[in-house]
Design a binder for this molecule. Structure first.
Ligand code: C2E
Ligand code: CA
Ligand code: CA
Length: 670
């Protein structure tokens, strides 16, 4: 019954606008259509009525109408009943005359019922005109077919005949399948539609059809099973709208949007679509990513014309070598081939290129290609990860000078996987503020007191366990999440320092910072805001930067400027891990640094290696000569502490003083 409902859905706006209450019943007396006016008049909503017998005619009287009903169903005449008592939902009884008219849609017998309200009486004839105009409306706006339960066509309307070039005589008895083109695998979309229809389901979609002479056209199709009385549909109808022009336009747009115009290969967007389709169908393939090495210097060495020649010739060779594989250009000098071919074959592309050199101005172009192979589904299982893994493989090749095609090892893929899991979980952690801060005390060697603590991030994830900062921080830097970690740490540390300060404990808090955080031009503003909000005195905050940070900062005026602003506010900058990087005197002059922290690698060998001792002594002198406070980290023994004291080191940090601990533990230590 719902299926007939669907037919009427198209007509619903019209039915709802009729100024009188009306309904359509099926041959069993169940309501198929119940218009808005009927809802208003009788108080029953569509959902209460449709599919049920009319709820408002007195039970005792229904028998009286049985015979009459049969007569109405089988007649083509218009029946007008004397007013009958109709109960509204609110209990009111209305005496209303009703007119009935039977009609057939396909094989279903239906009865149109109009309630004649006093004011709308004069319109009663018009209502039937309106109804037939609905049918006419359907017929004139849709191509329509009726199909019997064996899939043979029993009726086609004029519109259908017009588009499909069939004559009415010829089409009757033809199979429904004949209207559809065959797909490459021999099936047709008709199989899919038929499958749904015979299960009693409605099918809707955009499909390609063919005319009598095999011309293709596109329609927006709704196929509906029709029930007469039995459980299985006795026939089907299809309503179609021609959308060929829209499709042609769409195809053209797709071509424009999905093709790389310089090479004629597909572009990255199309590649993603194709890969996703292949993944959905679980086709196995290799995802091969090529990069033309030193493309930009090639461009400079020759000219723009050469670039064009190179791209076209390279594309040509790729097509010759990989034949039927799908190929895309995804960046100026980067290409992807999707191929079922094996690794050794793919690697053979390099010798193929050597044997078929590209000439520019009569000279062989020195061409070097780096490639990464990632297999679906063995290595990675999504487009993004195939891209990432292949890109990582290329970077590996390029780091070794380029000119090679490799695939990543199992361990590499595992690392990539771990990374992507961490990325995902980190987002959750940041959202839930699941990160935690531990504080590691620094001992001032002159006063013998703990004056500073370093804030260190800790992350214990409920799914992946605890992730140490050495793994977390580089990943966060790569994804940009370091900014969120940074502001979280800053907020926590400042809050903690403020809390201690209020209790009369003035502990300085040192936080670690990445250069990426300072690349954000709002860093100064953000730090000032957090200091203000938490009520943390500015002098209590120290910021540790690494030598890598310093090197990058040196090249970016805005970073140096922000650091200087913060220094003017009273914030102290510490150079962390000193001695492991490229200790450059230039950045030490440029950046507002006031403390040096000697890396733990030097400290661990201090007792046994006289050379280390000399080095540390040198660093300490060097720092002092620049008026810097010098700290040492990684101090694990009393001997180490003694030596550092003797050398004039200002403060130490390490397990010998304390491991990183909770804020509450810090107070106990003081
Ligand atoms: P770091 O800034 O050099 O921090 C000192 C690291 O050495 C800490 O490791 C600490 O637990 C460890 N350590 C301290 N004393 C000793 C010792 O006596 N012996 C030994 N063997 N190790 C000691 P952790 O917490 O795993 O942090 C590792 C690195 O992660 C840090 O090195 C820092 O570069 C980075 N990091 C930690 N928290 C943050 C953060 O909030 N932001 C940023 N950007 N980086 C952070
Ligand atoms: Ca540090
Ligand atoms: Ca350090």
């Amino acid at each position: 019954m719902n299926d007939i409902q669907t037919i009427f859905q198209a007509a619903n706006p019209v039915l709802n606008q009729t100024p009188y209450p009306m309904m359509i019943l099926n041959s069993e007396g169940l309501v198929v259509v119940w218009n808005r006016q009927a809802e208003k008049t009788f108080g029953y909503k569509q959902e209460e009525v449709i599919g049920n017998s009319t709820p408002f005619i007195e039970k005792e009287r229904t028998n009286l109408y049985k015979e009459l009903w049969q007569e109405i169903i089988h007649s083509t005449e218009l029946f007008q009943l004397e007013p009958i008592a109709v109960h509204t939902k609110s209990g009111e009884i209305l005496n209303i005359p009703i007119t009935f008219k039977s009609f057939t849609i396909d094989n279903s017998r239906l009865i149109f019922c109009q309630f004649i309200m006093a004011s709308s009486e004069q319109k009663k004839i018009g209502s039937f005109n309106e109804f037939s105009s609905i049918r006419e409306g359907l017929e004139s706006s849709f191509m329509m077919l009726s199909i019997d339960n064996e899939g043979l066509i029993t009726y086609a309307n004029d519109l259908f005949l017009k588009y499909s070039n069939w004559t009415p005589k010829r089409i009757i008895g033809k199979s429904f399948w004949k209207m559809f083109p065959e797909q490459s695998d021999g099936t047709t979309i008709a199989d899919t539609i038929w499958g749904e229809l015979t299960k009693g389901k409605i099918w809707k979609g955009e499909v390609e059809k063919i005319t009598k002479d095999g011309q293709s056209y596109w329609v927006d199709l709704t196929a509906i099973p029709i029930y007469t009385s039995s459980q299985t549909p006795s026939s089907f109808i299809t309503l179609e709208n021609n959308i060929t022009e829209k499709k042609i336009l769409q195809n053209r747009l797709e071509k424009i949007a999905y093709i790389d115009h310089e090479t004629g290969l597909m572009n990255r967007y199309r590649l993603e679509q194709i890969v996703n389709e292949m993944i959905a169908e679980n086709h196995h393939f290799s995802f091969v990513y090529f990069s033309i090495d030193q493309f930009y210097s090639l461009k400079e060495l020759y000219n723009n014309q050469a670039e064009k020649v190179l791209l076209q010739e390279f594309t040509q060779r790729m097509k010759m070598f990989f034949q039927d594989s799908s190929m895309a250009r995804i960046n100026t000098n980067e290409f992807v081939v999707i191929t079922p071919l094996g690794e050794w074959f793919i690697q053979g592309f390099l010798s193929y290129l050597e044997q078929h050199p590209i000439y520019v101005n009569g000279r062989v172009l020195p061409l070097s290609i780096s490639g990464g192979i990632t297999k679906y589904p063995d290595d990675q299982v999504s487009f993004t990860h195939l891209m990432k893994a292949s890109h990582a493989a290329i970077q590996k090749v390029q780091a070794e000078g380029g000119g090679n095609i490799v695939s990543l090892s199992k361990a590499d893929h595992k690392a990539l996987h771990t990374k992507s899991v961490i990325e995902k979980r980190l987002l959750v952690a940041l959202d839930k503020k699941d990160l935690k801060v531990l504080y590691q005390p620094q001992l001032d060697l002159k006063s013998g007191r703990i004056t500073t603590v370093e804030a260190l991030v800790r992350w214990d994830d409920e799914e992946i366990g605890s992730v140490p900062p050495d793994i977390l921080i580089p990943i966060a830097e790569e994804t940009g999440l370091i900014n969120d970690i940074g502001s979280f740490m800053l907020e926590q540390a400042c809050q903690q320092a403020a809390e201690w300060h209020k209790k009369g404990i003035d502990l300085k808090v040192s936080i670690n910072s990445s250069v990426r955080e300072f690349q954000d031009k709002n860093m100064v503003k953000q730090i000032r805001k957090i200091l203000e909000e938490t009520g943390c005195p500015t002098e209590l905050l120290r910021i540790e930067i690494t030598e890598k940070f310093a090197l990058e900062a040196e090249a970016e005026a805005s970073i140096i400027q922000q650091m200087k602003q913060l220094q003017n506010d009273g914030i102290v900058f510490v150079l962390d891990d000193f001695g492991t990087g490229y200790a450059s005197f230039r950045y030490m002059q440029l950046l507002p640094l006031s403390q040096l922290k000697i890396d733990q690698a030097f400290i661990s060998s201090i007792q046994y290696q006289p050379k280390s001792q000399k080095l540390i002594q040198g660093i300490i002198h060097f720092g002092k000569s620049l008026n810097m406070r010098v700290l040492a980290e990684g101090v694990e023994t009393q001997e180490q502490q003694d030596i550092l004291t003797e050398f004039g080191c200002d403060a130490i940090q390490g397990f010998h003083v304390s491991r990183p601990i909770e804020a509450s533990e810090v107070v106990k230590l003081l």
